[in-house]
Design a protein around this ligand. Structure first.
Ligand code: CP
Ligand code: NVA
Length: 330
């Protein structure tokens, strides 16, 4: 059956079938080819979208803006604190106001419930640009990048090292299960994903002939992996007080030369970014001084190595977000 997701929200990959995800990846590839060839694609001229950010962003914001402009749309950006939402106006009221003016709404914020509520009342497609629980637009970029590097997705061995119960750990587990990729969360048990989500992921994985594994053992977790993925140890919205414990828990799960050497020789390193791989950021320098950790979730050596595909991933954010906007509005 042909895929048609016009009018559908994009809130988490749990709501999307493998065929719908496949369709979005293929569409993104077409848009990437058009962009590279300089072929204009202003298919959505006359439409307008609004980007609501309650947390900061570089990649997601710029991807939505550039994708919107390339498609010929008007784009409004509302930064953290510059709308009435939450403080003076409820989510439901904000959604109904913006839905009267715009053809689509991007939202980055805190709980998943907020973006789900926005979607319930907006009357136009709502796209999740990251919540504490899920980061679905990042998933499409990551899947596209893996497919570009290996030529296929099904059967790949994917290992996520780090905070496996944050938005990235949750989302990658579901994305892999949907697309037939063997997923391993390699993390301390305190940071394993929630058992209910793991059960869901395992059921989805069984349908797609792949597996979901949780392990605390770095050697077993990284053995023969095709992809090693990590994310920052403390996510946006978490208090500074958690740094000390998080460093203690996650230091053994740093992606370093030994972890990469235990993976396949052809393995790639992935990261959603931003990354603390050196001390050239304010937080990176502060943590180095306070805790004596100059490189956090990944060493600078691995980050800068030929195995690292992090900037391809970052570019693919834009092509995949363009596919989501187009497919849900056209
Ligand atoms: N990966 C990602 O979402 O980056 P930003 O926080 O810069 O949008
Ligand atoms: N887990 C990170 C992802 C950033 C893209 C955060 O939420 O800050």
């Amino acid at each position: 059956m042909p895929v048609n997701i016009r009018g559908k929200h994009f809130l988490k990959l749990l709501d999307y079938s493998p065929a719908e995800i496949r369709y979005l990846l293929d569409l993104a590839k077409n848009f990437k080819d058009m962009k590279r060839a300089g072929t204009p694609h202003k298919y959505l001229e006359g439409k307008n979208i609004v980007l609501l950010f309650e947390k900061t962003s570089t990649r997601t914001r710029c991807s939505f803006e550039v994708a919107g402009y390339d498609l010929g749309m008007g784009v409004t950006y509302l930064d953290p604190g510059s709308s009435q939402m939450g403080k003076k106006e409820s989510i439901a009221d904000t959604a109904r106001v913006l839905g009267r003016m715009y053809d689509g709404i991007e939202y980055r914020g805190f709980s998943q419930d907020l973006v789900e509520e926005l979607a319930k009342y907006a009357g136009v497609p709502v796209w999740n640009g990251l919540t504490d629980q899920f980061h679905p637009t990042q998933m499409l970029a990551d899947l596209l990048t893996m497919e570009e590097k290996f030529g296929y997705l099904k059967g790949l061995k994917f290992t996520y090292m780090g905070d496996a119960r944050n938005n990235m750990g949750n989302s990658l587990m579901i994305a892999c299960a949907k697309m037939g990729i063997h997923f391993t969360a390699c993390a301390p048990k305190e940071l394993f994903p929630a058992p209910e989500l793991v059960e869901k992921a395992k059921a989805i994985a069984a349908e797609n002939h792949c597996t979901v594994t949780l392990t605390e053992d770095v050697n077993a977790g990284t053995k023969d992996a095709d992809v090693i993925y990590t994310d920052i140890w403390v996510s946006m919205g978490e208090p500074d007080e958690v740094w000390e414990e998080r460093i203690r828990l996650l230091r053994p799960y740093q992606v370093n030369a030994a972890a990469m050497a235990n993976a396949k020789r052809s393995a790639i390193f992935m990261h959603c970014l931003p990354s603390f791989h050196d001390t050239r950021t304010t937080i990176g320098a502060e943590i180095a001084e306070k805790f004596g950790v100059p490189e956090m979730e990944v060493t600078d050596e691995v980050f800068e190595s030929p195995q690292s595909v992090v900037f391809d991933e970052a570019e693919n954010r834009m092509h995949t977000i363009k596919a989501v906007i187009y497919a849900t509005l056209c």
